[in-house]
Design a protein around this ligand. Structure first.
Ligand SMILES: Cc1cc2nc3c(=O)[nH]c(=O)nc-3n(C[C@H](O)[C@H](O)[C@H](O)COP(=O)(O)OP(=O)(O)OC[C@H]3O[C@@H](n4cnc5c(N)ncnc54)[C@H](O)[C@@H]3O)c2cc1C
Length: 431
């Protein structure tokens, strides 16, 4: 079988590696001209158990993340999150990780650099290939790993039932850069990685963190929908006032990227076509982390393809079911939670963090894709803390209930490929 992987992202490389190992002819088309040019020149956080699933030893360029502190708008309260050593996320340099995945994929697949995937080729409702640099490339399966603004997904015909464009408020515009660190400027003890929620009252987050490289400071300023120069400058000035060790020279990164912060696509397969990773909006909606979901979806896909009798939407639907069961349904709930929290008033967020109603574990869970759970046994304790602010408590309770309702809908994904049943389910998910 000939498989085309469009885009050599983390997801695309894992898919090429695993499907190549199954004996398929795999061609990867990537617009960047070489492996050295690919990926952001920085490090990112991921949950280390992905390496066990991949059967890989992580590259040595990694380190354990320090403890986090969540700061409510205008510093009205803070929530300290001590993480046990066994639960720490790993921060990993992207380029060495990318090089490792590339070596694996290259051994079993043909990787073509400097090639632009332009559009899909269809015969009726079946995807039969794609146009690459003006040339038609036909295949049995086209894997869309081109990222959130995929040239393939955005050009699919509407009658395939696959959402083509995200909405503005589903995209996080994030500046990421590593600035110089001002020597001898005082640092609070014990030092924690501070995340400013709804920083300066805006819909988004900022962080300003001492890097493991003692000469650098890792800065992120992200807003939902857009990030104007004015808002960015205000945020940086505020971060500099609060963190006097933040210098003004950019050493790494230093640009704005777009990250999807929404539920996954409610339909990610068609005859001959499947979307993985950011192309299917798989990032965790709270913080926009998508490396693990991209690689995990590639592993699930390879497993499903290994047992499938053809590459029809019906056969590939099993992939979507597994994605939803493993993490997609939870992401649907986290989207509801994130949107709700962004709409909460600054005072309400400050109270939630400061009173202990939202615990450090809740925030830690949501940032790695696990939804807050208020179990019946938690209610007396929450009521004891929150009875004086009953309307706020009820508002939180209603938000968490709505989020879980969404998870339960998402988990009821049709178990057979029935187009009517799927479109009814999609309407509920996308509502
Ligand atoms: C500032 C920032 C910080 C982030 N921090 C984290 C983090 O801490 N942890 C985390 O898990 N995730 C993080 N993410 C998200 C993470 O980068 C993505 O979720 C992940 O890389 C998705 O992998 P992917 O394989 O789906 O797509 P991508 O990595 O986006 O790969 C898509 C590939 O397709 C190629 N391509 C695109 N268009 C074409 C075309 N027309 N023709 C040919 N090739 C094309 C691109 O060059 C690219 O190589 C962050 C993202 C940003 C922007």
């Amino acid at each position: 079988m000939r498989i085309i992987v469009a885009g050599a992202g983390m997801g695309g490389l894992v898919a090429a590696w695993k499907l190549g190992e199954l004996g398929h002819t795999v061609d990867v088309y990537e617009k960047e001209t070489s492996i050295e040019n690919m990926r952001y020149d920085w490090h990112d956080d991921l949950t280390p158990d992905i390496f066990e699933k991949l059967g890989l030893t992580p590259p040595k360029e990694n380190f354990a993340k320090p403890d986090w502190t969540f700061v409510a708008p205008f510093e009205k309260s803070i929530l300290f999150l001590p993480i046990g050593d066994s639960k720490r996320d790993m921060s990993i340099e992207r380029r060495p990780l990318n090089a490792l995945l590339y070596e694996k994929a290259k051994a079993v697949a043909n990787i073509h650099f400097g090639k632009i995937v332009e559009k899909p080729i269809l015969e009726g409702k079946k995807v039969v290939g794609c146009v690459v640099d003006g040339q038609q490339e036909l295949c049995d399966l086209l894997i869309d790993s081109l990222g959130a603004f995929s040239a393939l997904r955005t050009m699919l015909p509407k009658d395939l039932g696959i959402e083509t464009q995200p909405k503005d408020n589903e995209i996080f515009y994030a500046f990421r850069g590593y600035f110089n660190r001002i020597e001898n400027a005082p640092v609070e003890e014990p030092y924690t990685h501070r995340v400013y929620m709804k920083h300066l009252g805006k819909q988004g987050i900022s962080w300003c963190a001492l890097d493991h490289n003692p000469k650098l400071v890792d800065v992120l300023v992200g807003h939902v929908g857009s990030l104007s120069d004015e808002n960015f400058n205000e945020a940086i000035t505020d971060l500099r006032n609060k963190n006097p060790w933040l210098g003004d020279k950019i050493a790494r990164g230093g640009f704005v990227c777009k990250i999807p912060v929404r539920r996954p696509l409610s339909k990610m397969v068609a005859d001959g076509y499947v979307a993985i990773g950011d192309s299917a909006f798989m990032t965790i909606p709270m913080l926009g982390s998508g490396m693990v979901p991209a690689m995990l979806s590639a592993l699930i896909l390879a497993d499903v393809v290994s047992c499938a009798k053809d590459m029809s939407a019906k056969s590939l639907w099993k992939y979507q079911i597994r994605v939803f069961k493993e993490f997609g349904a939870q992401h649907c709930g986290i989207e509801v939670l994130k949107n709700g929290i962004l709409d909460f008033s600054d005072d309400l967020i400050a109270w939630l963090f400061g009173s202990g109603i939202v615990s450090a574990e809740d925030m830690a869970g949501a940032s790695i894709g696990k939804l807050i759970a208020i179990s019946p046994s938690d209610i007396p304790a929450k009521l004891k803390i929150g009875w004086k602010k009953m309307p706020w408590l009820l508002k939180l309770n209603s938000l968490v209930s709505n989020a879980w309702a969404k998870v339960h809908i998402a988990e009821k994904i049709p178990t057979e490929y029935d187009e009517d049943a799927i479109s009814k389910w999609q309407m509920k998910i996308d509502k």
